[in-house]
Design a protein around this ligand. Structure first.
Ligand SMILES: [Zn+2]
Length: 229
């Protein structure tokens, strides 16, 4: 679920933020080739991905010189230096974030089995034997069918498979109106995602000047999570 939460808390998408998400959650290296059109082939572990929204397009976060040589000039790829190419994707991410927030809010009340079954199909999840006899471990099929959406879905479904679905009851939005990030609480009365937010909220009347005012201003400049805009 951590990937999903990190994904939801990104506002004002940039390639750097996307790259950080890939690094933190080790989404690198999932492809040794990307589709069946044979536009190019590479055995590099790399940082490309596809989406269901734009199924013919491959996004690169990093790309090696050798790989560039192998890519057909007319292949539908977006390279890291092409900021505009990512704009459309990031607009889509904003919609995706809003949909996921709705889904998580529903999940707090309980699992939607139909939805989970649908995800199981589309996220290409299969099972293999676990270390303990009689247990199974879900794995996501590596290869050309894996999409960015699939990463998120796998992350969503994982707690249900491993019996940790009570995590979903611990989801909460930060009560600091300047933040509103989604987080997992550690104690039930926790209302804020972090100490800074708790402090900022409780001192909100005193903060017309001083460092908190500056902090809030910085927060506004950074932007709220996109599903609140
Ligand atoms: Zn917060």
């Amino acid at each position: 679920m951590k990937l999903l939460l990190d994904f939801l808390n990104v506002s004002n998408w940039t390639l750097e933020k996307l790259e950080a998400l890939f690094r933190k959650h080790q989404l690198y290296g999932y492809y040794s080739y990307y589709n069946d059109r044979k536009d190019f082939y590479s055995d590099y572990y790399d940082t490309r991905f596809i989406t269901r929204k734009f199924p013919q397009r491959v996004y690169f976060i990093e790309v090696s010189d050798r790989e560039r040589e192998l890519i057909r000039p007319d292949a539908d790829v977006v390279f890291p230096e092409n900021e505009n190419g990512y704009k459309e994707l990031f607009a889509y991410f904003k919609d995706l974030q809003a949909n996921w927030v709705k889904e998580l809010q529903g999940t707090v009340k309980g699992p939607d089995l139909d939805y989970i079954n649908k995800i199981g199909e589309s996220a290409s999840i299969r099972f293999e034997s676990g270390k303990k006899p009689g247990t199974v471990v879900p794995i996501q099929r590596r290869g050309y069918t894996t999409t960015f959406e699939g990463f998120l879905e796998y992350d969503y479904i994982f707690p249900f498979i491993t019996g940790q679905n009570d995590l979903y009851n611990k989801l909460r939005f930060c009560a600091n109106p300047q933040c509103k990030k989604i987080f997992l609480y550690k104690v039930p009365k926790q209302k804020f995602c972090c100490e800074d937010c708790r402090h900022a909220y409780h001192n909100r009347r005193k903060i017309q000047s001083g460092y908190l005012a500056k902090k809030w201003r910085e927060g506004r400049e950074k932007g709220l999570p996109p599903y609140f805009k």
